[in-house]
Design a protein around this ligand. Structure first.
Ligand code: GLN
Length: 531
């Protein structure tokens, strides 16, 4: 029998439900189980592609080019679950599918309703992953907070699955907040209420994860157990870890989370093996040196806007046995300054991440110039590579008006542009290049050295390309166009000549970086900052 775990959240959002779900996945995999992860986002958007990084954080891209919620990035970093469009469910997709079927007459004249038609479509998507061959456990995380209007159809679908599959094959895990008042008192009332709301919907949570600053004691667990109808050993204290987020699976394991879940599901497994995660905590605890990286971007006000890059930089630091401090700098603010020495004082490396639109671009170009002229290791990702190219054309080739047609559609020297402006291949025009594809890199370049290979596979999410019209002139003036698409047609990476380490890539290497296996570019970038 296939097993299902449903993770819901109560009291308020941003409690770390994604990390809790991902960590539970880690624990079950470490016991030899094959795990799949699904994220449900109850919003109406069909996918995260159109959402502002300011409001919703990063858009995580899968191999198949799905633009998904950033929690899929957590799943990718903590588990081996394959992730594609099918692992990211939104209300937009569900209604889109149901309305299409209705228009095609597939409901045979019936009145189409939330129950059963919407809930059936939700269940169909969950089962299409969970019932597949070689899957033991599927963990389904429901975004938002119980009590939200939007999540009601999902909770109803979950109630039905629990009823259909039975309590031996399903577990409801609820994550709640245990706040501490100013006077030090710990409060359980919000948790009692959120579990009550779950029961009103017809779901009795079996496991409770109590988010709190400090570990809660046994007396408190007993009290919560009594009021919520949840076994005492299933009330788990999810307190803040003070090393790295990669300690969270260990924190849960120490309190027996995997044991109670495996028991509830009647699974016979091996013991948990968390050696990889213990190693990460060990590296973190023992690291003597801290590298300082300046990230110059345009969405720096929201911490989650560059989530995967933040994590990949940490992975790069792990791989080099150091700690890292990422200092986020608003590129628009930089534009107001004459002298960047103050800003970059004591900085070991500079990173320019992806982004869209013309705001803050000049600040990024000034930053790239500063890194190039001062021999500071530089990693440019997507927009960050386009910036590297534009800056080089302006300041080394002397093309004062070099730009991208994204920022200056009428510009006379757009060294980054849309494909159809370069040649007549209208079938590509105006669409985004999304998902995994192959790049071929030249031997002897920094990127080839980093990957230890000349064929590399990474994910894309962009619209503009380095213009083929100017390629020869760029190369003549020393810019190393180190990588291209496998047909040789589009530039995939560029490097500065006579510079310790200045690399820009058109793709997004952050999406495939893992804590125990850092993305090669992040490993090499951090290594360069140590020289
Ligand atoms: N705005 C640029 C483009 O569309 C870069 C995109 C990105 O950084 N993801 O090509």
């Amino acid at each position: 029998m296939k097993k299902y775990i449903f993770v819901t959240g109560g009291v308020c959002s941003s409690l770390g439900k994604g990390l809790a779900s991902a960590s539970l996945g880690t624990l079950l995999e470490s016991r030899g189980l094959s795990v799949r992860m699904i994220k449900i986002d109850p919003y109406i958007n069909v996918d995260a592609g159109t959402m502002s990084p300011f409001q919703h954080g990063e858009v995580y891209v899968t191999d198949d080019g799905a633009e998904t919620d950033l929690d899929l990035g957590n799943y990718a970093r903590f588990t081996a679950s394959p992730l594609s469009q099918a692992n990211s469910i939104t209300t937009g997709q569900i209604y889109d599918a149901v309305i299409r079927k209705e228009r095609e007459g597939k409901y045979l004249g019936k009145c189409v309703q939330v129950v059963p038609h919407i809930t059936d479509e939700i269940k169909r998507r969950i089962y299409s992953i969970g019932e597949a061959e070689n899957v033991d456990v599927t963990i389904i995380e429901v975004g938002g907070t119980v009590g939200d209007i939007e999540s009601i159809p999902y909770l109803e679908a979950i109630r039905q699955i629990i009823h259909e599959k039975g309590s031996a094959s399903t577990v409801s895990v609820h994550l709640s907040l245990i706040p501490t008042l100013k006077n030090g008192e710990i409060k359980t009332k919000p948790t009692q209420h959120t579990v009550k709301s779950m029961r009103e919907i017809g779901i009795q949570p079996k496991v409770l994860l109590c988010r709190s600053e400090n570990e809660i004691d046994l007396d408190m667990k007993r009290k919560i157990s009594m009021f919520t109808n949840i076994d005492e050993n299933c009330v788990i204290s999810a307190f803040d870890v003070n090393t790295t987020i990669y300690e969270i699976p260990i924190m849960y394991h120490k309190q027996g989370l995997d044991n109670v879940v495996v028991d509830l599901l009647g699974l016979k497994t091996s013991k948990a093996n968390l050696a990889d995660w213990e190693k990460l905590v060990d590296i973190y605890t023992k690291a003597q040196k801290t590298v300082r990286i300046a990230m110059v971007g345009k969405y720096i006000q929201l911490d989650d806007a560059y989530k995967s890059i933040d994590e990949a930089v940490v992975h790069g630091a792990f791989a080099n046995g150091v700690k890292v401090k990422i200092e986020k700098i608003d590129s628009e603010e930089l534009e107001k300054l004459d002298n960047l020495d103050e800003v970059f004082k004591g900085i070991d490396g500079i990173l320019i991440p992806g982004g869209f639109g013309s705001r803050g671009i000049q600040g990024m170009i000034d930053t790239a110039k500063y890194a190039r002229e001062n021999n500071i290791p530089y990693l440019g990702i997507c927009l960050g590579m386009q910036i590297l190219v534009i800056e080089y054309c302006r300041n080394v080739l002397g093309y004062k008006n070099a730009d991208s047609s994204e920022f200056r559609p009428e510009g006379e020297c757009n060294v980054v542009s849309l494909l159809e402006e370069q040649v007549d291949v209208t079938q590509y025009g105006g669409t985004m290049r999304l998902g995994l594809s192959k790049s071929v890199v030249k031997k002897g370049t920094k990127i080839a050295e980093a990957y230890g290979a000349t064929e590399i596979f990474e994910r894309h999410r962009h619209r503009y390309e380095v213009s083929n019209q100017y390629k020869a002139e760029m190369e003549k003036k020393g810019l190393i166009l180190s990588g291209a698409t496998s047909d040789g047609f589009l530039v995939e990476s560029a490097e500065w000549p006579n510079h310790p380490w200045g690399v820009g890539v058109q793709f997004h290497p952050e999406f495939t970086s893992r804590p125990v296996k850092a993305g090669p570019l992040f490993k090499a970038f951090i290594k360069a900052t140590l020289k």
